[in-house]
Design a protein around this ligand. Structure first.
Ligand SMILES: Cc1ncc(C[n+]2csc(CCOP(=O)(O)OP(=O)(O)O)c2C)c(N)n1
Length: 371
């Protein structure tokens, strides 16, 4: 029989307590829109603060309209975003144009604000290949459907930026469910080992479809998973646009200064269903939970903050709403008029030079399509 040691090898309670202390939620604006962390306030002008609000309001309208267009059969795949505006919009707002964005399927707003025209976002929803063709100078990849795969790609894109000596970062997003994937660990580990300028965001909206985050991992936080990869990790109030902005901006500075990647967990909530393909959130979460999170709404608290500063009004907000509706109407009409995709289109964009066996098929399809 093995002898017992006199003292414990590990004081597990102490270890877990130390971790909890290290990963306390970072917040700047509380639910009432009051600044609770003055020293961490990002250096944004009044105009920049208003622009951030404008983008969040615009994105909320885009979400509402997209849901309605989907129900009318005018859009295809759509993953609702309401509730996640601070996590999505404020994180993108902290980037520079030369940075690369590698989105997940719910992260279409970030690539729209990074430069993807709205009508192309609608084409993406409809499964049209042109929705995945980023215009020249728009540094985005198309939204990743395979959960977590973008984490590995981001390590690679970031390493490429480093090797080319660019002062830019690659940012990616996944959900709490995505943080359980092997790709998640491989991505953060590789980027850490090579000090690649990457920012890994996990939008912890508490559910992976119907699976609650409590069943996802034994870890108290997702942010602490950074420790094992030897990178910086932070948990942020994901309903607080200023906290998200500050955390991403700091991560960006760290990355371009050669100090490696950061893992940012944003605590957030999606108000709608997982996607428009038919899940019913009332089957896996209660009205109380929904109310609790809606009280943290990023638009409400940021509106209060801006109104208190005297730089936002209902009139201003209504203008944004009208503009969004107009843009969406125009973009959906443009998407409607865009030429339908053909088999030959897909063949043409696949290779620099078409292989001979495809050329044969290409001619056959070309003839069929001309009828
Ligand atoms: C590798 C892989 N496995 C399973 C799926 C099916 N699937 C699509 S979304 C989803 C849940 C993801 O939840 P989470 O990562 O928390 O992100 P959220 O949708 O909440 O933003 C699953 C399991 C998939 N797309 N890819």
């Amino acid at each position: 029989m093995a002898a017992k040691t006199k003292g414990a090898v590990v004081d597990s309670k102490k270890q877990f307590e130390a971790i909890s202390k290290q990963f306390e939620t970072f917040q700047i604006l509380n639910e009432e829109g009051k600044v609770v962390n003055e020293t961490a306030m990002p250096n944004l002008t009044d105009d920049q603060l208003k622009e951030l609000m404008r983008r969040m309001v615009y994105t909320r309208i885009l979400d509402q309209r997209s849901i309605s267009l989907n129900r009318q059969g005018r859009l295809g795949f759509y993953a609702p975003t309401a509730g996640q505006e601070a996590s999505q919009i404020a994180s993108q707002y902290a980037l520079e144009k030369e940075d690369w964005v590698l989105p997940g399927y719910r992260d279409v707003p970030q690539i729209i604000w990074h430069g993807l025209p709205l009508y192309q976002a609608f084409l993406f929803s409809r499964g049209h290949f042109h929705g995945n063709q980023m215009p020249e100078g728009v540094n985005c990849l198309s939204p990743q459907i395979i959960i977590g795969a973008q984490y590995i790609q981001t390590a690679g894109v970031a390493l490429g930026l480093k090797k080319k000596g660019k002062q830019a970062v690659a940012i990616t997003y996944t959900g709490d469910g995505g943080a359980s994937q092997g790709d998640f660990y491989e991505g953060i580990n590789f980027a850490g080992a090579y000090k690649a300028p990457a920012i890994f965001v996990v939008q912890n909206n508490r559910y992976a479809i119907s699976t609650p985050v409590e069943k996802q991992s034994a870890a108290q936080t997702i942010a602490q998973k950074a420790v094992a990869a030897g990178i910086v990790g932070v948990q942020v109030d994901g309903m607080d646009p200023l906290a998200v902005y500050a955390a991403v901006r700091e991560a960006r500075d760290r990355a371009v200064n050669g100090d490696g990647p950061t893992l940012i967990e944003t605590l957030t909530f999606r108000y709608g269903p997982h996607t428009m393909a038919g899940d019913d959130p009332t089957r896996y979460r209660t009205k109380e939970t929904e109310n609790e999170w809606e009280a943290k709404d990023p638009l409400v608290r940021f509106r209060k903050f801006l109104e208190e500063k005297g730089i936002w009004s209902e009139e201003e907000e209504n203008k944004v709403i009208e503009q969004a509706k107009e843009d969406i109407k125009e973009a959906i009409q443009k998407a409607d008029k865009y030429p339908k995709q053909k088999v030959t289109d897909l063949m043409e964009i696949m290779y620099e030079e078409m292989p001979y066996n495809l050329k044969e098929q290409y001619e056959i399809y070309k003839a069929k399509e001309s009828k």
